[in-house]
Structure formats: structure tokens, C-alpha cells
Ligand binder design. Structure first.
Ligand code: ZN
Length: 283
């Protein structure tokens, strides 16, 4: 397991952690100046700006793009909408390539409005990923399936465990081309009794594309926007990073904190300083 002391170059900041309050160009400079080695930007900030210019700025700042967030949800109530969702993801994959992203983060979507067809939604997800895989290869950007905690199955993602994501990878990419894998986010996966085995399997199958950290607060007040700072909650972060790295993960450790009432209200410079400290002391 790598020692993160003095190694912020092995750490990345997902820009959501700073609450999307400033232009991305400002955030890029902040993250680089704080000494981090990577950044994970979000589409709504990139798509409202000049992608090529942002890509140049990120490269000039010496930052790796650890992931591009995130996919348009795939399941749809109509074939027309499904096709539109695929097209939106293809466009995003091209931007991910321009940014030099190490992966395109796939939060695959929940049930279409009014639907009770969970199996159908999962079938659409498999079909959609299959279609996007070709574009991912053309663009040179792997798809990272991010299983979400099952509490989000209705509205955000019908892939809910790491094993589930790995099964889909095996089905769609049996040759292990390197263009389909998983993003392991501690917030979504920490509770899973099969997690250790699934992480080992992900390593054996060469699927580990990203590792996201934050913490699960025991007295969490909001199931989307009250993620904790590393060390403030119940997750054995060092244990999880050890498992992921023993499985072969050698990419950056990405901080991703959605925290409307706490961290998003604090000074961005302070948030980055505390992230840096916790990464080196509790992760
Ligand atoms: Zn994540």
C-alpha cells in the first residue's frame, strides 16, 4: 500500500467537492496550487466553456484528469429518448478525450419516470453501455461503471454493487480490452459484505479505473448531499485503499464530497487544505 505522506501528487480532487461555486478555470488553478496531482471535472462546467482551452489549462497545471463526470442516464421511457441519451454520452466521451480523462464516469440512471420495470431499466443499461463501448474505444477513454448505493436505484443508478458492475463488464467486454471497468466509491460500497471479494475480483479482471473517497457520517442528514470529510465518519478508509491497491490499483485517490450544508459553505482553500491533511493522515 502506498504511503500518501507528502504524496499529494497521488491525490485528486473531484470539483464537486468545492461546491461548483467558481468557474472551472479558477478551480483548476486552486487544485494545482494546493499541490494535488489530479482533478475530476463535471460536464455542466465543461460544456459551458471552451473544452480545448480547459484541457490546455489542466495540462499546463500538470494535473491528471482522473475522471470526467458523468454520464447522461441511460434508461428512457421511449426509444427516441434512449437514442438521445446515447448521443449525449457520445458527445461527452469526445470531450473526455479532449480533456485527456482517464475514464468517463458512468452513473447509469434509475427507472424512467412512471416505470416499475427494474429489469427493463437494467436491460437498457446493458444495451446502452454496449453501444457506448465502441465510442469509448474510438475516443481512447474507458467507461468506468460506478455502482451506486441501492438507495439510489429508483432515481440515479440501477447498478448497485461492485459485483453487479463487474458482471456487466464481463458480459460486455469478455476480452478485457481496458475500455470497460469500474469506479469504486467508498460512499456507495463501504457497507457491502462482498466488497473485499469484489475488489479482489475487480483487480484480477483488470477493471479498477478509479477510487473515490469521502466518508459516511453516522448521523447523516441528507442521503445525497451530506457526505462526510474523510475521517469524520464510519468508513475504514485505509483498509479500503489497502484492498484496492493490493488488487492492483495504482491510479490516483480522488476526493469526492457532496456537502451542501457544510463543506460547500466553507472557503474552497480551507476545504482543499483539510482534504490534503485527511488524505495523508486517515486514508
Ligand atoms: Zn464517485
Amino acid at each position: 500500500m502506498r504511503n500518501l505522506q507528502g504524496r499529494l501528487d497521488l491525490c485528486s480532487v473531484n470539483t464537486a467537492t468545492l461546491g461548483h461555486r467558481e468557474p472551472l478555470s479558477v478551480t483548476i488553478d486552486r487544485i494545482a496550487a494546493a499541490g494535488f496531482g489530479g482533478i475530476a471535472p463535471w460536464r455542466h462546467k465543461v460544456e459551458n466553456a471552451n473544452v480545448a482551452e480547459l484541457a490546455r489549462q489542466i495540462r499546463a497545471a500538470g494535473l491528471n484528469v482522473t475522471g470526467y463526470c458523468r454520464s447522461t442516464y441511460l434508461p428512457a421511457a421511449s426509444r427516441t429518448q434512449f437514442a438521445a441519451n446515447i448521443d449525449a454520452n457520445k458527445a461527452a466521451l469526445r470531450d473526455a478525450a479532449t480533456l485527456g480523462a482517464r475514464c468517463f464516469v458512468m452513473v447509469v440512471g434509475g427507472l424512467p419516470e412512471g416505470s416499475r420495470d427494474l429489469d427493463g431499466a437494467r436491460a437498457q443499461v446493458i444495451e446502452g453501455i454496449g453501444e457506448l463501448l465502441e465510442t469509448a474505444r474510438d475516443c481512447g477513454v474507458p467507461l468506468a461503471l460506478e455502482p451506486l448505493h441501492p438507495m439510489y436505484a429508483a432515481d440515479r443508478a440501477v447498478i448497485n454493487t461492485l459485483a453487479h458492475a463487474l458482471d456487466i463488464c464481463a458480459e460486455l467486454d469478455p476480452g478485457r480490452t481496458g475500455f470497460l471497468g469500474v469506479a469504486v466509491d467508498v460512499y456507495h460500497c463501504w457497507w457491502d459484505p462482498a466488497l473485499r471479494a469484489s475488489i479482489a475480483r475487480a483487480g484480477q479482471e483488470a477493471r479498477l479505473l478509479a477510487f473515490h473517497v469521502c466518508d459516511w457520517l453516522r448521523d447523516t442528514r441528507d442521503l445525497l448531499l451530506d457526505r462526510g470529510m474523510m475521517g469524520d465518519g464510519v468508513v475504514d478508509l485505509a483498509g479500503m485503499r489497502g484492498n484496492v491497491e493490493r488488487a492492483g490499483y495504482n491510479g490516483l485517490i480522488e476526493v469526492e464530497i457532496f456537502s451542501k450544508e457544510n463543506w460547500w459553505r466553507r472557503d474552497p482553500g480551507e476545504v482543499l487544505r483539510i482534504c490534503a491533511d485527511r488524505l495523508q493522515t486517515v486514508c
